[in-house]
Design a binder for this molecule. Structure first.
Ligand SMILES: Cc1cc2nc3c(=O)[nH]c(=O)nc-3n(C[C@H](O)[C@H](O)[C@H](O)COP(=O)(O)OP(=O)(O)OC[C@H]3O[C@@H](n4cnc5c(N)ncnc54)[C@H](O)[C@@H]3O)c2cc1C
Length: 421
């Protein structure tokens, strides 16, 4: 059994462990490991910001298992390796003429990691990735094989690694398709007033508010049969670098700051890109950040965003990271933040090296008062009492977790704070 000597850290660097992940090389070896471990957490690509991986005696990584990315494609469904990265699954599905219906901003996550926290993209009629799971196989706390014939599918779809270790998943797929991306700069008032219409009119619509500018960057994706164009330079990285300079420059000279913002406008407004869906939807994130994201009832979005921007610009002059706004369709998974209807996701960020606490603590009550549910992989402060109020099936999930893992093998003290009264 392999295992790296480096201690473990998540992508943002805000969760670390002195434990080296264990990497079994076969399912049988993994079953044996799970059966005998006293306490363990399974890690995907380590892109969650919350303490989902740390706090147990062992960390289990499934990078050593050599399973084919895509095992079987039949009609609109495919059996895939649950621990393959999304960026490897997309080209593997494309070989079968298939694609994910939708994806988020990045695709380095494993499928199991992404679905376990209800990872989403944007699109009024497009559900989060978890809702695309139609069946799954996993290894339970005793090392036994469990399937969605044994456990209800809507419990497994979003399960935070608490019910067992996912090994294979059956997912909905669609015929592969091209998307056209258009990016434009807008006034924040216009974006706020038109956002609901824009979600109706566009397959994918999202916008970023740039603090202290009154401006938003709006991004739309439409299906197209047009041929692929050359990929644009990495505008995301350019934009965040310019924003960082603009914030620093703002303290020095209004003129320089205006010049930098003009540069940003030029960089963002030129883009019109056609490519295979997954290449257009996902990009690399080079600048490390920390994030809080709440999923709100759509009708609350206008008021929450207006107040969020007012508070940010009044009390948090050090923040330059944009606020990201997206929408996701409803689904039926018990722990999905989108269970019961569509939600608008509002995300706030700080630089990974910056102290996020004061900013996030100031904004979280706004999200909660509006009935928001937190992204499971992004920073929040909720405990069992809050969560069981927010999710009608929360206690049913906790009861199932208790039944499947009575010894709490997958439960750390941090997770127990959320899962136990
Ligand atoms: C730069 C960046 C961009 C992001 N963009 C988006 C976005 O656009 N949309 C969005 O919704 N989120 C986004 N996220 C959040 C991210 O998608 C989630 O946190 C996701 O869970 C990370 O997947 P991972 O593979 O890194 O899993 P990890 O963070 O390693 O694990 C997440 C959870 O999955 C569980 N898990 C992992 N593997 C298994 C398994 N085999 N069986 C059972 N449980 C398992 C873990 O125990 C843990 O509870 C982003 C994060 C970053 C850092």
């Amino acid at each position: 059994m392999g295992g790296s000597s480096a201690m473990w850290s998540n992508w943002a660097g805000n969760q670390t462990s002195q434990i080296s992940p264990v990497q079994p090389v076969s399912i049988e070896e993994m079953q044996q490991f799970v059966a005998t471990a006293k306490s363990l957490r399974v890690v995907g690509a380590g892109h969650s910001f919350t303490p989902l991986i740390t706090g147990a005696d062992q960390i289990l990584a499934l990078t050593g298992l050599e399973l084919p990315a895509v095992d079987q494609v039949e009609g609109d469904q495919a059996w895939v390796n649950a621990n393959a990265r999304l960026r490897d699954l997309s080209p593997a599905l494309a070989k079968h003429g298939k694609a994910f219906r939708n994806l988020g901003d990045i695709n380095v996550q494993t499928l199991a990691g992404a679905v376990s926290t209800a990872t989403h993209g944007t699109g009024q009629s497009l559900p989060c990735i978890s809702a695309e799971i139609t069946a799954a196989r996993m290894i339970g706390a005793e090392g036994q094989v469990l399937t969605t014939d044994d456990i209800p599918l809507n419990m497994v779809q979003v399960s935070l690694g608490l019910l067992g270790v996912l090994t294979e998943a059956q997912i909905n797929v669609v015929p592969k398709y091209n998307l056209r991306r258009r990016v434009r700069l807008s006034d924040v008032r216009d974006s706020l007033n038109s956002m609901h219409q824009q979600w109706k009119d566009n397959r994918n619509f999202e916008f970023f508010y740039i603090p202290f500018t009154g401006k938003t960057v709006e991004i739309r994706h439409e299906r197209t049969d047009a041929p692929e164009t050359k990929a644009p330079p990495d505008l995301d990285m350019i934009a965040v670098k310019v924003l960082k300079m603009a914030r620093t420059a703002g303290r020095l000279s209004a003129g320089l700051r205006r010049t930098l913002l003009r540069l940003l406008t030029m960089a963002q407004s030129d883009e019109d890109f056609v490519g295979e869906s997954w290449r257009v939807l996902c990009s690399d994130r080079h600048i490390r950040f920390k994030e809080m994201e709440y999923h709100l009832p759509p009708e609350a979005t206008f008021d929450v965003l207006s107040e969020l921007i007012r508070r940010l610009e009044r009390d948090h002059t050090e923040i330059y990271f944009p606020i990201e706004v997206r929408q996701t369709a409803g689904d039926t998974a018990c722990l999905s933040p989108f269970q019961g209807g569509p939600r608008v996701s509002v995300a706030i960020h700080t630089d990974a090296s910056q102290d996020h606490q004061r900013y996030f603590d100031a904004m979280e009550p706004l999200f909660l008062q509006a009935g928001g549910r937190p992204h499971w992989g992004k920073l929040h402060s909720l405990s069992h009492a809050d969560l069981s109020r927010l999710y009608p099936d929360f206690d049913a999930f906790c009861a199932l977790r208790d039944r499947l893992d009575p010894g709490g093998k997958f439960l750390t003290p941090e997770l127990a704070r959320m899962l136990r009264p």
